[in-house]
Design a protein around this ligand. Sequence first.
Ligand code: NAD
Length: 368
Amino acid sequence: MPNPSILILAGDGIGPEVMAEVSKIIDWFGAKRGVSFDVSEDLVGGCAYDRHGVPLHDDTMAKAQAVDAVLLGAVGGPKYDNLDFSVKPERGLLRLRKEMDLFANLRPAQCFDALADFSSLKKEVVAGLDIMIVRELTSGIYFGEPRGIFTEGNERVGINTQRYTESEIDRVARAAFELARKRSGRVCSMEKANVMESGVLWREVVQKVHDADYPDIALSHMYADNGAMQLVRNPKQFDVIVTDNLFGDILSDAAAMLTGSLGMLPSASLGAPMANGRPKALYEPVHGSAPDIAGQGKANPIATILSFAMALRYSFDMGEDAARVEQAVETVLANGLRTADLLGPEGGTPVSTAQMGDAIVAALDASL
Ligand code: NAD
C-alpha cells in the first residue's frame, strides 16, 4: 500500500499558523508511529488569488481530487472583501466542496471536561457531551431551482426551493448509519415532515435505508424545531443526528456552541468512496481566518488538530490514533494550558499557538 496522501491548503490569516501545528503532529506520526504521510501543499483563497488571480487554481483542484484527504486551514480576510463575487476567497472552498461532491458534512460537538465551564449551559448538561451532526451539504434549499427575486404584479417575491431526490437522501442516511456503527449505534433523523413534503420523503427514505441495511442501528425521527429545543434542553440524549442542508446549518452551529470556543471545533466533509475505498474528504476547522489575531501567535490550533484527528478516523481508519490525538488535547487542557480564546473571566497567562502545538506533541510522546 502506498503512503496515505494529504494535500494541505493552509489558506489565509491564521490558517498557516494553525496548520504549522498540524504539521508537527503529522511529523510525529512519521517519527514515532511509523506512519508516513505523503504531504503536499498548495494555495487556496486570498493567497491563491494573489498568485493566480483565482481563489483555486485548476492544478490545485486536480491535486485535491487525487489525494486521500485535503486538510484546509481558513480562507478570507479584509484585503479581499471588495473582490468580485466570482473570485472571492470563499469561492475556492465552495469549488472544492462542489467538485469533490462532498455531500456529508460531519460536525462533532464534544465537550472536553476541562472546558465544561465555557458552555452557556449548565456544566452538568454538557459535561461529557459527544454528539455528531451529519448535515447534507450539496443539495436542498441552498441549491434548489427555481430561485431568485422575481416580480409578481406590483411587488417583488423572493424564492428558494427545497428539493431532495431519493438518492441524495439515501447516501447521506447511509453516511450517518455507518458513523453510528463506529459510535453508540443511535441515529436521530430531523426534518419537518409535518409541514414539508421534502420532509415526508426524507423520513420515508431514511427509514427505508435503515430497515434494508442498518437494522442494528436504533433510528428515531424528530421534527427539526423540537430537535433545536432538545439540543439545548438535554443534548446528551443524542449520538448521531442526520439532517438536511438548511436545518443542519442551524443545528450544527447551535450544537457546536454548546461546547464553548470556536477555536475548538473541527469538521469533516465526505463524499463517495474512491477506487481505494477511502471517501473523498476535506477536513477543516469551523472557524474562519480570524484576521483580528492573524500573525500574532494567538490562534488556537486545536480545531485544526482535531480536524486532522477526524482524518485519521474517517479517511485512514486509524481510530485508535485519532483517539490518541484527542486524548493528548484533553490532557493538555486538563493541565491548564490555554490559548487566549480559552481564558475565562478569571484570566491567566495564555500560551501561544506554537506552545499549544508543542504541548500536544509532548502529550503524544507521553502516551507511548
Ligand atoms: P472567524 O471565525 O475568522 O473569527 C471570529 C472570531 O473568533 C474572531 O474574534 C477570531 O479572532 C476568533 N477566532 C476564530 N478562530 C480562532 C482560533 N482558532 N483561535 C482563537 N480565536 C479564534 O470569523 P469572521 O471574523 O466572521 O471572519 C473572518 C474571515 O474569515 C472572513 O473573511 C470570513 O469570510 C472568513 N471565514 C472563512 C471561513 C472558512 O475558511 N471556512 C469560515 C468563516 C469565515
